[in-house]
Design a binder for this molecule. Structure first.
Ligand SMILES: Cc1cc2nc3c(=O)[nH]c(=O)nc-3n(C[C@H](O)[C@H](O)[C@H](O)COP(=O)(O)OP(=O)(O)OC[C@H]3O[C@@H](n4cnc5c(N)ncnc54)[C@H](O)[C@@H]3O)c2cc1C
Length: 278
C-alpha cells in the first residue's frame, strides 16, 4: 500500500517489494441461464408475427427458428441480448471493443487503484520495519512465454512497468496519468452485452477464425460451447463448424488456456480470485 513512507521515498519502491500474480483469461455468463429457453419463445413470437403463423406457436419452435437462421432472417434474434463478463489482458480488450453494436462496462484504470492489492511480504528490511505489505499486480503470461529465459524477460518487463506506475503514484501523479505506464498484460474485466445476431457475428470472427488472437479466440470458443448448451437451435450450426474446422490445429488449442468461470447471478468483487486460488 502507498503509505507516507513511500510517498516521501518513491525510490524505495523496489522490485523485490512487488509481486505478479498470473490470471487465467476467461468468461462468466451474467445471466439467468434458465431463462434462455424463454428467450427463444420470445423470438419465436416475434418471428411468427412476420408470417402470421402464430397458430403454430410452440408446436415447432426449434425447427422454425433453425429455418430463420438458414434463410438469413437473423433480425428476429435481435429481440434478446446476452451479457457476459470477460476477463482478459488489457490489450485483448482492445480487440473486443472493436465490435461496435454492443454495450461495454470496463474496469477503469482511472478509478481502480493498482497500488492497493496487497499481500503480506515475506521479508522486511531494516529501513522499512513496520511495513508489512507488498504491491501486487494481476497480469497475463501468454502460453508462448514458457522457457526460463522467456519467463524471466516477461517478468522483468512487467515488474519494471509496474514499479514505474507505483513510483509515479507515490510521487503524486494521479491514476489516470500513472496508468500510462501499466503493462498491456494487466488484467481487465469487461462486462459485455451483444444481441444474439451480434454474438453469432463475433463467434464467427473470433471463435471460428483461426487468425484471431489465441486469447480472444479461446474465450469465444468456450462461450460458443456454452451458448450452444443453452440455445442449440440458435448457435448449434456455429458450434458444428467449431468442432469441424477451427480445431484442426492440434498443436495449439486456445481453449486449454482460458477458463469458463462459474455463472453467478449476482457477483461480488474478487469473485475470480477465489476461483483462481481454488
Ligand atoms: C484476425 C483479425 C485481425 C484484425 N486485425 C486488425 C488490425 O490489424 N487493425 C485494426 O484496426 N483492426 C483489426 N481487426 C479488427 C477488425 O478490423 C474489425 O474492426 C473488428 O473485427 C470488428 O468487426 P466488424 O468490422 O465486423 O464490425 P462490428 O462492429 O463487429 O459490426 C458488426 C457488423 O455490423 C455492421 N456495421 C457495424 N458498424 C457499421 C458501420 N458503421 N457501417 C456499416 N456497417 C456497420 C457490419 O456489417 C459489421 O460487420 C482485426 C480483426 C480480426 C478478426
Amino acid at each position: 500500500m502507498l503509505n507516507d513512507y513511500y510517498k516521501k521515498n518513491p525510490d524505495q519502491i523496489t522490485l523485490d517489494k512487488l509481486a505478479l500474480r498470473v490470471f487465467t483469461p476467461g468468461a462468466q455468463l451474467i445471466e439467468r441461464v434458465d431463462l434462455f429457453d424463454y428467450y427463444q419463445d420470445v423470438i419465436e413470437t416475434a418471428a411468427r408475427n412476420c408470417y402470421k403463423s402464430e397458430a403454430r406457436l410452440g408446436i415447432s419452435r426449434d425447427m422454425f427458428l433453425k429455418r430463420r437462421i438458414e434463410t438469413g432472417h437473423l433480425s428476429v434474434f435481435e429481440h434478446r441480448v446476452v451479457t457476459a463478463r470477460l476477463i482478459m489482458s488489457r490489450s485483448a480488450s482492445h480487440q473486443l471493443v472493436r465490435h461496435r453494436i454492443a454495450a461495454y462496462s470496463q474496469e477503469s484504470q482511472r478509478f481502480c487503484d493498482y497500488t492497493k492489492d496487497v499481500i503480506d511480504i515475506v521479508e522486511v528490511d531494516e529501513g522499512l520495519k513496520g511495513l508489512e505489505k507488498e504491491f501486487t499486480l494481476w497480469c497475463l503470461r501468454p502460453p508462448s512465454v514458457k522457457t526460463e529465459r522467456q519467463i524471466a524477460n516477461w517478468e522483468m518487463g512487467v515488474l519494471v512497468a509496474y514499479r514505474s506506475y507505483l513510483r509515479l503514484r507515490a510521487d503524486g501523479v494521479p491514476p489516470e496519468d500513472a496508468r500510462e505506464n501499466l503493462p498491456n498484460a494487466t488484467k481487465t474485466e469487461i462486462v459485455t452485452t451483444f444481441n444474439l445476431p451480434m454474438w453469432r457475428h463475433v463467434f464467427t470472427e473470433r471463435a471460428l477464425n483461426p487468425h484471431a488472437q489465441w486469447q480472444i479466440r479461446g474465450i469465444f470458443q468456450i462461450l460458443l460451447t456454452e451458448f450452444t448448451r443453452y440455445m442449440p437451435v440458435i448457435f448449434g450450426d456455429l458450434y458444428d463448424r467449431l468442432a469441424g474446422e477451427a480445431l484442426k490445429n492440434p498443436k495449439f488449442d486456445a481453449r486449454e488456456h482460458v477458463k469458463l468461470y462459474l455463472h453467478h447471478d449476482i457477483v461480488g468483487t474478487d469473485w475470480w480470485k477465489e476461483e483462481a486460488d481454488a
